[in-house]
Structure formats: structure tokens, C-alpha cells
Design a protein around this ligand. Structure first.
Ligand SMILES: Cc1cc2nc3c(=O)[nH]c(=O)nc-3n(C[C@H](O)[C@H](O)[C@H](O)COP(=O)(O)OP(=O)(O)OC[C@H]3O[C@@H](n4cnc5c(N)ncnc54)[C@H](O)[C@@H]3O)c2cc1C
Length: 397
């Protein structure tokens, strides 16, 4: 079977890898290359964690990914995965998200333990826990070095014979039944199956299918400086990845000092629409100020230390924050992977393997990812309003 995979972000890269390993004839295309700066999979790092509230399907896909990440890092000269754990700080009143995760994590042989505030203060003296109601530690969690990982997946795929093409694929959604609906350098791409994994560009390529079902939001990431005489106190050996669960303000999360960059912090809020082709990737002053206020409050020993580096990127959100895995209604040889909604990196390998099974063994696509669920969600005003309304109790990251 010949399969063309369009997009080599982490979803397309892992899908191509598993299809190639299965013996398919795979062509992988990307307009700027794996883990490029504008893709959702670019940038230095991402959190991997199993906690997903009651949405067990993500816990399962993440759990299925750990071995692949470990193998990839073992094969590499550079660090790709650091299993430093994850600290959940609940500053909102309701900790159901975490509590609902516990049984799914434990059923896979991993742990989520509650920590007393006094013990947390002792163990992590750099963190201000004053307003935190509950604290949990997830051991099987950590940081993936994102762009590096994505590039290494494509290298591994190529070293095993997979074909890669750099450049833009043109898609004609209104002619999907036509043999000429996908072209590259003005030549038709011939394949038995097409897998589309173009992240924020999916909705531009497939406006009929996705135009009212997904939206793109601006996300800013900041790397704060750490003191020059005790940087080690702030690295992943001493502070794990963390997230402050807060439903009224943005939930901030972070990856302590890594790759000699700085102490990373970002927010999980999708309220500013972003154009991945036209918008400058420069942080906005009011968002920088908001983050500084939070960061210096939560990590008082880092008060006034400057931001060392920043990055602006985007989430490709579905209206309910869950993924879309669906054949196109005009052609059931075209499988669309969309709506990674700011939480799709960690489980790229698990998802790639699932897509391989869907393509090669007709495995049923889980209903959870069917696009028809989004039919009745009203989107006429601001997409993100409906997103916030529909997901008030849920966390995406
Ligand atoms: C700030 C931030 C923090 C995040 N934190 C986390 C986290 O902690 N944990 C986590 O699991 N996830 C996280 N995510 C989400 C995660 O990074 C994304 O869900 C994931 O990387 C999306 O991968 P993708 O393959 O779907 O898309 P992308 O990585 O965007 O890849 C799409 C690719 O398609 C290519 N492309 C587009 N159009 C064409 C075309 N016409 N022809 C050829 N190629 C094309 C692009 O060049 C691009 O490389 C975060 C995202 C952001 C922005």
C-alpha cells in the first residue's frame, strides 16, 4: 500500500514512521521540515503526563508512547526525554480532574500521590504554596525535548527507508474524488491513502470540513533566567514539571531550567486568535506582564530575574478540545488528523501507531475522535467562548 503523509509535525512523523515499519510504501511531505519554528511541534520542550481526568483514551495513548520515547532517547547522543515527574498544584477548589485521573494512571501500573503542603514546602523551597489547596505528584511524567524529538523521529524513519520531501503540498478539497487533488511541485501525488497532519494549516487546506470545527489560538512561552550561582537548584533534577490547576485564571505550567535556556513557563488559555501565516511571533506586552506577575509570585526567589528567551506558537484547537480523527466525507482514502488542541505532543507515538492500524488493518476509529460530535456546538460568535463554556471543568495542555 502506498501512503502519502502530509505534514511532519509529531503526528505526521510518528504516523509515517509506524506505517513504514509496517511495510507500507510511505512518502512524507513537509513545507519547512520536521519540528520547524512555525509548527506546533517546534520549540524546545513539552510535558508528558498521564493525568487526563476522566478521558482515559489519552492516558492510554500516552502510556503507549513511553517505550518509544525511551528508545529514541537511548539511541540519541543528546537528551530527548527527562523523566523528572510532574507536580500538580490545585489552586482552584475542585480537584476532580486529578482525582478522576488516579484510577486510570494506577491501572497502568503508575502512581499519583497526594503530598501534604508542609512536605511540599520542605521539598520544593523555591515554590510558594500559600494559595495552593492540594498537591499531587505524578512520577511517570516529564519533559520531552520537542523539536529534537520530532527531527529524530523523521531521521529514524528515513534511516529505515522512508521517503521525505521538503516543500508545500497543494490540496484541492473541492475535487477530492479527483485523482489530481494533491500535488507537489505541480506533479500529482499518487497514493492509495492520504494522511493529513498539517496542524494549524489543516483548516486552511480543508475549509469545508474544518473551517467551523477548529480555531487557532496564540500561545506565548517564556524562559526566565535563573541565578548564575545556583542554576542547579532550578533544573529538572530538583524541580519537576508542574502545573497550577486554576479554572478562573489561566492555568500556568512550566518546565524548570533545561537545555541551558531558562525556566520555562506558559499558560493554558486559548482566547486570542492567531494566524499561523501572517502574525508576527513576538510576545504581547500585557501577556508578558501578566506572566511576570504570576511567575514572581509562585517562585519568589526568582523575583525580578529577567526573561532570557521567548517563543510564540499556536494551538490547533477543536471546539471541544478533543482530537479529530476522521476520513473526509468526500473521499474515504483521505484521513484527517486535526484538533490537537495544545496537548498532542506527548502521545505522538501512541497516536501514530493507532493511525497505522486504522490505515493498514481497518481498525475502528474511536468514536471519541469522530468529528460529528462537533455538529451541534454553536460557534457563531467567538469560537473560544464556546470552547471555554464546553470545557469549563477540563484542562488542556
Ligand atoms: C506553547 C505550546 C505548548 C504545548 N505544550 C504541550 C505539552 O506540554 N504537552 C503536549 O503533549 N503537547 C503540548 N503542546 C501541543 C503539541 O505541541 C501539539 O499538539 C503538537 O505538536 C501538534 O503536532 P501536529 O503534528 O499535529 O502539528 P504541527 O507540529 O503543527 O505540524 C504540522 C506540519 O505540517 C506542515 N504543513 C502544513 N501545511 C503543509 C502543506 N501544505 N504541505 C506540506 N507540509 C505542510 C507544517 O510545516 C508542519 O511541520 C503545546 C503546544 C504549544 C504551542
Amino acid at each position: 500500500m502506498k501512503v502519502a503523509v502530509i505534514g511532519s509535525g509529531i503526528w505526521g512523523a510518528c504516523t509515517a514512521y509506524f506505517l513504514n515499519k509496517e511495510g507500507c510504501d510511505v512518502e512524507l511531505y513537509d513545507m519547512w521540515g520536521a519540528g520547524n519554528s512555525r509548527s506546533g511541534s517546534g520549540g524546545a520542550s513539552r510535558i508528558i503526563r498521564l493525568a487526563y481526568g476522566y478521558d482515559e483514551i489519552y492516558t492510554e495513548l500516552t502510556n503507549n508512547s513511553f517505550n518509544f520515547w525511551q528508545e529514541l532517547t537511548d539511541e540519541s547522543e543528546r537528551e530527548l526525554y527527562n523523566e523528572c515527574g510532574m507536580l500538580w498544584m490545585v489552586s482552584q477548589n475542585d480537584s476532580n480532574y486529578i482525582k478522576n485521573s488516579k484510577k486510570h494512571i494506577e491501572s497502568r501500573g503508575h502512581s499519583l500521590v497526594q503530598i501534604e503542603k508542609k512536605d511540599a514546602k520542605k521539598k520544593y523551597p523555591e515554590i510558594n504554596f500559600d494559595d495552593i489547596n492540594e498537591i499531587y505528584f505524578e512520577k511517570k511524567a516529564g519533559a520531552l525535548m520537542a523539536s529534537r524529538c520530532c527531527k529524530n523521529v523523521v531521521r529514524k524513519y528515513q534511516s529505515e527507508g522512508g521517503k521525505f520531501y521538503l516543500g508545500k503540498v497543494k490540496v484541492f478539497e473541492d475535487k477530492l474524488n479527483n485523482k489530481e487533488s494533491f500535488t507537489f511541485n505541480d506533479k500529482v501525488i499518487n497514493a492509495d491513502k492520504f494522511v493529513i497532519a498539517c496542524g494549524p494549516w489543516n483548516r486552511i487546506l480543508f475549509p469545508k470540513m474544518l473551517g467551523s470545527k477548529t480555531y487557532i489560538s496564540r500561545q506565548e512561552v517564556y524562559y526566565f533566567s535563573v541565578p548564575n550561582n545556583n542554576a542547579n537548584n532550578y533544573n529538572l533534577s530538583n524541580i519537576p514539571c508542574w502545573l497550577d490547576l486554576n479554572e478562573n485564571n489561566p492555568s500556568y505550567y512550566g518546565i524548570p531550567f533545561h537545555l541551558n535556556k531558562g525556566f520555562k513557563i506558559a499558560y493554558d488559555e486559548r482566547s486570542t486568535i492567531f494566524d499561523p501565516d501572517k502574525d508576527d511571533r513576538i510576545p504581547l506586552t500585557h501577556l508578558v506582564e501578566r506572566t511576570k506577575k504570576y511567575f514572581y509570585y509562585r517562585f519568589p526567589r526568582l523575583h525580578r530575574l529577567p526573561i532570557a528567551e521567548t517563543r510564540v506558537c499556536q494551538y490547533e484547537n477543536s471546539l471541544d478540545g478533543n482530537y479529530i480523527i476522521n476520513y473526509h466525507e468526500d473521499n474515504d482514502n483521505v484521513l484527517i488528523l486535526s484538533g490537537s488542541s495544545g496537548h498532542g505532543f506527548k502521545l505522538g507515538p501512541g497516536l501514530g501507531e493507532l493511525v497505522k492500524d486504522i490505515i493498514t488493518s481497518d481498525k475502528k476509529i474511536p468514536n471519541f475522535f469522530n468529528i460529528s460530535r462537533l455538529k451541534n456546538i454553536k460557534t457563531e460568535s467567538q469560537y473560544y467562548n464556546s470552547q471555554i463554556k464546553y470545557n469549563k471543568k477540563r484542562l488542556f495542555n
